[in-house]
Design a protein around this ligand. Structure first.
Ligand code: FAD
Length: 227
């Protein structure tokens, strides 16, 4: 995927039309979903009494819905459920980009921004299914290995969702760019790739010797996508 092959899907609304560097804007669901699915966390923005707050939180996606969860005591969750306006953004930082002028330094990235309203998952079965999807999204096959959640644990957990509808993606993947004539300036220029890596699992002291650690799905997904 590159700026030169920007998709032809139009923005779903004027509010999410990328104006700054519009050639980097993408509105197709495949791009938006892939960036969301590669993101373990996102930032949820909302306004309380006129004050904007942006809370980092774990996310997962099922179909057309983006989910996040937390303690039922969380102010972020208590104040955003019930159809409150939110803006969620997530990004993958792909490279540090060094040019021959400070002005042209940049980063390569894939990011998404979603506008919409947040709602609570109230139905008990739906809530359980969405929590299952959260665990399975990160660690396929793990939910069935776990001690089932208690009623109290479920009560203590709030799950919110928003529709993935009014959304934009923005992708920069062009590396270094210098002003004409700067190429001969005697300093290094180019990209330094950035990637999330998962280290070797560290079992706690109760894990029996030889028990295999779960596989983290995101590592496999990232290489499937070739990003
Ligand atoms: C990791 C990272 C680092 C960045 N660092 C910088 C920086 O240092 N300086 C800087 O100016 N910009 C940076 N950007 C780009 C930044 O996110 C904005 O795109 C840019 O600042 C233009 O903002 P704007 O409000 O003028 O965009 P506009 O184009 O006016 O925004 C209009 C609409 O476009 C969409 N949109 C805008 N930006 C994004 C985005 N990033 N992802 C998805 N949708 C988007 C939204 O729907 C928004 O409502 C960075 C982006 C990422 C992901």
């Amino acid at each position: 995927m590159s700026e030169r092959s920007a998709g032809s899907v139009p923005p779903p609304s004027e509010r999410v039309r990328v104006r700054r560097k519009p050639e980097r804007g993408r509105y197709d669901r495949a791009t938006i979903d892939a960036i969301l699915d590669a993101s373990i966390v996102a930032s949820v923005g909302y306004v309380i009494d006129g004050q904007p707050f942006v809370t980092p939180t774990a996310i997962w996606r099922t179909g057309d819905r983006l989910f996040w969860h937390g303690s039922s005591a969380s102010r972020m969750l208590r104040r955003t459920k019930g159809g409150v306006l939110v803006c969620v953004s997530a990004f993958q930082l792909d490279a540090l980009v060094l040019a021959r002028s400070g002005f042209n330094h940049s980063v390569d990235y894939r990011s998404v921004m979603l506008l919409g309203r947040a709602y609570e998952v109230e139905d008990e079965e739906e809530k359980l299914a969405s929590l299952r999807a959260f665990v399975e999204h990160l660690y396929p096959g793990r939910w069935d290995e776990l001690r089932p959640p208690t009623r109290q644990e479920l009560k203590a957990t709030t799950v919110l969702w928003m529709e993935i509808a009014e959304a934009s993606a923005k992708v920069r993947d062009v590396g270094a760019h210098d002003e004409p004539g700067d190429e001969r300036w005697p300093t290094w220029a180019g990209s330094i790739p950035v990637a999330v890596t998962f280290g070797a699992p560290i079992p706690d002291r109760f894990v029996p010797v030889g028990m295999p650690a779960p596989i983290v799905a995101l590592a496999a997904r990232r290489s499937d996508q070739g990003w």
